[in-house]
Design a protein around this ligand. Sequence first.
Ligand SMILES: [Zn+2]
Length: 293
Amino acid sequence: MSDAAADASRDDPTPDDRFVPAIDCHVHLMPERLVAAIRGALTDEAGWGFPHPSTQGEMERTLRAAGIERYCALPYAHKPDIARELNAWVAERADTSEMVVPFATVHGDDEVGDVVREAFEAGARGLKFQCPVQRVAPDDPRLDPAYELAAEYDRPILFHGGTAPMFEDSPHVGVERFRAFVDSYPEVRACCAHMGTFETEAFVDVLAANDNVFLDTCFAMSSAVGESMAFDPASIPDSVFEEHSERIMYGSDYPNIPHSYRSEREHLLSRDLPESTYRDLFHDTAERFLGER
Ligand SMILES: [Zn+2]
């Protein structure tokens, strides 16, 4: 590992008490082979390098040092017939660590209802869809059985539903596809990752109009985001966080980020937000999303 990479993977030994204890709602814990494939694709397409370890033990050491209490472990299936095994793997990881909040996924061409029911029965706390990579929009009717089960089991869904970082031409993302889902399933708690970048204003409007819509801060609000993506976190005003902190939650995309873990909270902490807003962002809202409060 180069010095720069070692520096990026290290975290602040004295966590800010506005941050701890924190929940990270957006972490990718997946089998090594899959992580390597995802990173390879991102390096090819975006030229990103990845300074972070991807094994559970090493990841949790960094997260714990930063003040993370629990994290949502998000799998996604880029092709059919792998979700079942992947979901079982994540569920097993959760048996070994109190930090893991296991999520599940399903591909549009799988037996969607069977895979999702099995995952929920095995303890999955929610679903994750990486829409552009899975080539499935939030309002794709093939996912209806998954959404009906999410409503039945009261489990939330986290979508990569925005056009960032390189999906502006994808037909599977964008605010209209997400809004169509929300209109069909207003009772299901649904989060759009990355503050909805690159359509942040439109996604904030959807959030403001729907009580079960959430956004996560991951990647988009990193103080280092400008180094790898054309986005300025300062473009989102403080008022968005103050007014909607009950439905905006901290996430990081760790360990598949080209910048330091610390930078994921650094920009947010540089704002002079009220203490109660920080508690929501870094902890309480994730519990709301998970249906714990
Ligand atoms: Zn992600």
